[in-house]
Ligand binder design. Sequence first.
Ligand code: ZN
Ligand code: ZN
Length: 125
Amino acid sequence: MTPQRLMILDAVCEGGGHTTAEEIYRRVRAKSPRINRATVYRTLDFLHEQRLVTAADLGGGRLVYEIAGETPHHHLVCRNCGEIEVLANEVVQRMYEAINQRYAFKVDEDHLVMFGLCEGCQGED
Ligand SMILES: [Zn+2]
Ligand SMILES: [Zn+2]
């Protein structure tokens, strides 16, 4: 882990949640003004490959990064109002087990994003 990578990892961490690459770039640049955008984006890809950060498309082209926690977590995203809820890992693990039993396929996605309608939006047309 190079100091530059560590600095970018810290910038993801500071978000305390979902952060866009652009926000991360701005944070890093505040500390290290000479860094360029391509380096930050490339490093985010690398950190994602290493599973140190998660990357998720929350719809509408909003790709967000987040520090990978000790236990995986997942999200339910409302298509209508954009509300994001945390989906418990145990629920997802049960689904993964069912998939594994039926298809002998081991899902290793540690940041699942599922779209639908939240309770408040279900009644609307
Ligand atoms: Zn997340
Ligand atoms: Zn909603």
